[in-house]
Every structure is written in structure tokens, then in C-alpha cells.
Design a protein around this ligand. Structure first.
Ligand code: ADP
Length: 207
């Protein structure tokens, strides 16, 4: 299956992406993770992306789209994938439609994780990731940057629900509750509900 996971920062996309991808036997492709790996590896891409990420802004579409196209062309993504954090703008969504149709492929479903803003702010300010054995706050989870990221989401990414709703691909998932419950709702929306296989585990580093 080819699935997009949509949702604001803190909705649990990263956590659900790992679990759902395992159940679908497809790779979870997270643009945020790819960018962060490039930042730590001090690559050119990482240097370009870091400025935007630190400010809580989106990395420009041309950088992001090229990176995702390369990733989707890798052999493990040919039969299916779960995209986490991409697309994030209407322009990215249109590019994705074009590149998939060029490959004779199409999205099967877009899952939007829905969480109210008060809960998002609470989750993001509590979130820590494990780096070299220490729990640290992600630079862009600092309160001022969190507020800005939520604004960016509202302005640039939330229009994607209308875009995908308009072409009949959108399923909105209530993302408040136990991790397993949210996964079950997502699997039901993918037509694969009721399968309790695959142990799931909470990943506090995932967004
Ligand atoms: P979150 O969903 O919690 O905001 P991500 O890990 O998905 O976290 O993204 C972190 C940052 O990486 C974003 O704030 C943005 O700067 C950059 N980024 C990730 N995906 C995209 C994208 N599709 N387009 C532009 N920038 C992106």
C-alpha cells in the first residue's frame, strides 16, 4: 500500500508510522528523520535544511521534493511506502501526484491524525529524545518554536486535508488515546482492522 500520514507536530505521526509500516511490511519514510540524519552527518543537504528547521520553518519545496523523489526510487519503496511528514504543502502534494503517476503508481490512502492544539503543545513540551545515552529536548521543541511550527502547520499543511478529501483519499483518525487504539483506528481506515499481530511499543523519540 502507498500511504501518507498527515498531522500536526506532536500528533504521533512518527510513532504510528513505525508501527503501521511494520504491519504493512513497507518502509516508513520520514522527511524529518532524513533531514535530522543529514544535519548530524553535516552533509550539504543537512547544512541547507538546518537553518529552516531550527527556526521551525519548512525546508523549501525544491530541496524536499528532490530528496523524497530519490528516496521513493529506492528498491524497498517500489511496492509500497508510508510517508511521514511529506507532503506538507499543496505544491509538495501536487509534485507527489505527478511523480507517482509517472511511475504508474498512486496513493491508496491519506490518514490524518487529529489532535487538539492544547494537547499538542503539552506533548511537544514533554517530548525528549535519547542522544548518546541522555534524554534531550529537540531544538525545535522549544516552546517559542513549537508555537511557530503549529502556525506553519495551520497555514501551509492543513489545506492538504481539503486537497486529499477532494480526491476521496482522506481518512481522519482520532489520535487521542492509547497508541494501540490509534493504530487500530488507522488500520481500520486502511481496510486492515482487527489484526492484532505485531507487538507495538511506544517510541518517545518519534513525533
Ligand atoms: P514534526 O512533525 O514534529 O514537526 P518532523 O520531524 O516531521 O517533525 O519535521 C521537523 C522539521 O523538518 C520541520 O519543522 C521542517 O523544518 C522539516 N521538514 C520535515 N518534513 C518537511 C517537508 N515535507 N517539507 C518541508 N520541511 C520539512
Amino acid at each position: 500500500m502507498r500511504v501518507v500520514l498527515l498531522g500536526p507536530p506532536g500528533a504521533g505521526k512518527g510513532t504510528q508510522a513505525q508501527i503501521i509500516a511494520r504491519k504493512l511490511s513497507a518502509p516508513a519514510i520520514s522527511t524529518g528523520d532524513i533531514f535530522r540524519a543529514n544535519v548530524s552527518g553535516q552533509t550539504d543537504l543537512g547544512r541547507q535544511a538546518k537553518v529552516y528547521m531550527d527556526a521551525g520553518d519548512l525546508v523549501p519545496d525544491e530541496i524536499t521534493v528532490a530528496m523524497v523523489s530519490d528516496r521513493l526510487a529506492e528498491p524497498d519503496a517500489v511496492d509500497g511506502f508510508l510517508l511521514d511528514g511529506f507532503p506538507r504543502t499543496i505544491a509538495q502534494a501536487e509534485q507527489l501526484q505527478t511523480s507517482l503517476s509517472g511511475l504508474g503508481q498512486a496513493l491508496d490512502r491519506v490518514l490524518e491524525l487529529v489532535v487538539d492544539e492544547e494537547e499538542l503543545v503539552r506533548r511537544l513540551s514533554d517530548r525528549r529524545m535519547l542522544v548518546d545515552g541522555e534524554w534531550v529536548q529537540r531544538g525545535d521543541d522549544e516552546p517559542g518554536t513549537v508555537r511557530h511550527r503549529l502556525e506553519v502547520y495551520r497555514e501551509q499543511t492543513s489545506p492538504l486535508s481539503g486537497f486529499y478529501g477532494g480526491i476521496g483519499l482522506l481518512s481522519r483518525i482520532d489520535a487521542i488515546g492509547e497508541i494501540d487504539e490509534v493504530t487500530e483506528r488507522a488500520m481500520t481506515a486502511l481496510g486492515k482492522g482487527g489484526a492484532a499481530e505485531g507487538a507495538s511499543s511506544a517510541d518517545p523519540t518519534a513525533g
